[in-house]
Design a protein around this ligand. Structure first.
Ligand code: G16
Length: 542
């Protein structure tokens, strides 16, 4: 039987950079998840009888919301739901399932790299039929609906068995529980030369992959150890836990510190990597060298044609605005297009659908291609391994040669987390007020060339996105960028992105923070970070 339940709106359901992310107790409020899911359905047209994909990263509260979403999909008229066994689908795997089975869309339950547990983070995101995050016009419509919603529909049935694969009926809608790994692993086998990677891994080349007790564990075990023959034990923390073992499942130099230390040690493996809560981010570390996400994008793009899936070359490259310009130099050399988008994977979807770009990346540990419409952590790891297998060079050698050819973009991001929201907004407003007076000003040896608040004109659907980050560009190609994160769940997170271009290869061995020291000081001088936030140093440096 289907019930219509009366509800009242919540006023805080505005999707951020990647869906709605809140603390679990917020989601546990009466009808909170139901309101948001019904608002998604109310914002869509034409899904009657169609297929919906549902899956999540397995974090605390995942199973409860999966049950709700399935019952609501049935009551709202979907014809079929595909759900990962145990309610599990990594974000890139969900994107693949949507595309492969021509689903109408998907609901992805994740708060990505944010911690999980009864008092930590949860999230709901809607992906459209191309497999990618809903564009702003859809998320705006969802938000508008959350403000007026007065009822939702749900099937009044017992919980669905999510643990055995196969088909079940829920009020006339078919629910198919699928293997979360199989389709994804098959796609990876089509893109990469598994034979070459297998030979590399059997030749004494050692890898370590930290799944951070998150969703990529089963995917990495199957692909890296079972199919590619990496030594048993190469995949660490491979059992997904609802609270990620109490850690932040964020593959960066702070939260994946142990991996970093191991890769910098005397007896380091040849290649180290990690992925995040929902499997879309990646961290790449070679023996003795951390590869920044911006550099990784550029190096992968420069070498992608060595992998079978990209042997015909790339159509173009896209990067988010705060990501370093290292990829721009590769695009220039390859004679292909480069696109600069706002932060958020959703902005890449149109470019990929229109065939303008093949590879995309973000400084926030995201890299991916048009094989799905999400960033993809394991994909980045496999492309690196494919390149290493063909080139027979170390990660160090590949990076050094790359910098020799293209120059090095020294790059770092400083995050100030859980800052008072009013202080953070005040800082951004004050920066905006200075924009017109900054050009031409000198700060030590640095002279401001231009300063603006980034606006994006989507070349495909012509939509415009304003206020996407304050950019201060200096003569010579250095820059600092300021923006507030759209993924945090308490207070505000100020992100400061710092970049310097160094063409001279005799200066490619400087410590990154040292190479950027003058820009870091100027960022504080212009924005008054210490004074306005009361923080003397960033909470996270990546
Ligand atoms: C999400 C988005 C990314 C974005 C990142 C950081 O990643 O999908 O496109 O770069 O957040 O966004 P912000 O700087 O606004 O916090 P994820 O991995 O959290 O889904």
């Amino acid at each position: 039987m289907t019930k219509t339940v009366t509800t009242t709106p919540y006023n805080d359901q505005k999707p951020g950079t990647s869906g709605l992310r809140k603390k679990v107790p917020v989601f546990q409020q009466k009808n909170y998840a139901e309101n948001f899911i019904q608002s998604i359905f109310d914002s869509l047209d034409g899904f009657n009888g169609e297929t919906l994909v549902i899956g999540g990263d397995g974090r605390y509260y995942n199973r409860e919301v999966i049950q709700i979403a399935i019952k609501m999909a049935a009551a709202n008229g979907f014809g079929r739901v595909l759900v990962g066994r145990g309610g599990i689908l990594s974000t890139p795997a969900a994107s693949n399932v949507i595309r492969k089975y021509k689903a109408f869309g998907g609901i992805v339950l994740s708060a990505s790299h944010n911690p999980g547990g009864p008092t930590e983070d949860f999230g709901i995101k809607y992906n459209i039929g191309n497999g990618g995050p809903a564009p702003e016009k859809v998320t705006d419509a969802i938000y508008a609906r959350t403000k007026t919603i007065d009822s939702y529909k749900i099937a009044d049935v017992a919980d669905i068995n999510l643990d055995s694969e196969g088909s079940q009926d829920v009020e006339g809608m078919e629910v198919v529980v699928i293997d979360p790994v199989a389709d994804y692993a098959e796609l990876m086998e089509q893109l990469f030369d598994f034979g070459a990677i297998r030979r590399l891994l059997s030749s004494g080349f050692r890898i370590v992959f930290d799944a951070m007790s998150a969703v990529t564990g089963p995917y990495a075990k199957e692909i890296l150890e079972n199919r590619l023959g990496a030594a048993k034990g190469s995949v660490l923390n491979f059992i997904p836990l609802p609270d990620f073992g109490g850690h932040h499942p964020d593959p960066n130099l702070v939260h994946a510190r142990a991996l970093y230390e191991e890769m910098m040690g005397d007896n380091a493996p040849d290649f180290g990597a990690a992925s995040d809560g929902d499997g879309d981010r990646n961290l790449i570390i070679g023996k003795g060298i951390f590869v920044t996400p911006s550099d990784s994008l550029a190096m992968l793009a420069a070498n992608a044609q060595l992998a079978p899936g990209y042997s015909k070359g790339l159509a173009g490259i896209a990067r988010s605005m705060p990501t370093s310009a290292a990829a721009d130099r590769v695009a220039e050399k390859l004679g292909i297009g480069i696109y600069e988008t706002p932060t958020g994977w959703k902005f890449f979807g149109n470019l990929m659908d229109a065939g303008l770009v093949t590879i995309c990346g973000e400084e926030s540990a995201g890299t991916g291609s048009n094989h799905v419409r999400e960033k993809d952590g394991l994909w980045a790891v496999l492309l690196w391994l494919n390149i290493l297998a063909v080139r027979q060079d170390s990660v160090q050698e590949i990076a050094r040669q790359h910098w020799m050819i293209y120059g090095r973009n020294y790059y770092s991001r400083h995050d100030y987390e859980e800052v008072d929201s009013a202080a953070a907004n005040g800082l951004v407003d004050a920066l905006r007020a200075q924009l017109s007076t900054l050009p031409g000003k000198n700060f030590g040896a640095l002279k401001v060339a231009t300063a603006d608040d980034f606006s994006y004109n989507d070349p495909v659907d012509k939509s415009v996105s304003n206020n996407q980050g304050i950019r201060i560009l200096f003569e010579g190609g250095s820059r600092v960028v300021f923006r507030l994160s759209g993924t945090g769940t308490s207070g505000a997170t100020l992100r400061v992105y710092i970049e310097r271009y160094e063409p001279d290869s005799s200066r490619h061995d400087i410590d990154t923070q040292e190479a950027l020291a003058d820009l870091i000081a100027v960022a504080d001088e212009i924005a008054g970070i210490k004074e306005r936030t009361g923080r003397t140093e960033p909470s996270v440096i990546t």
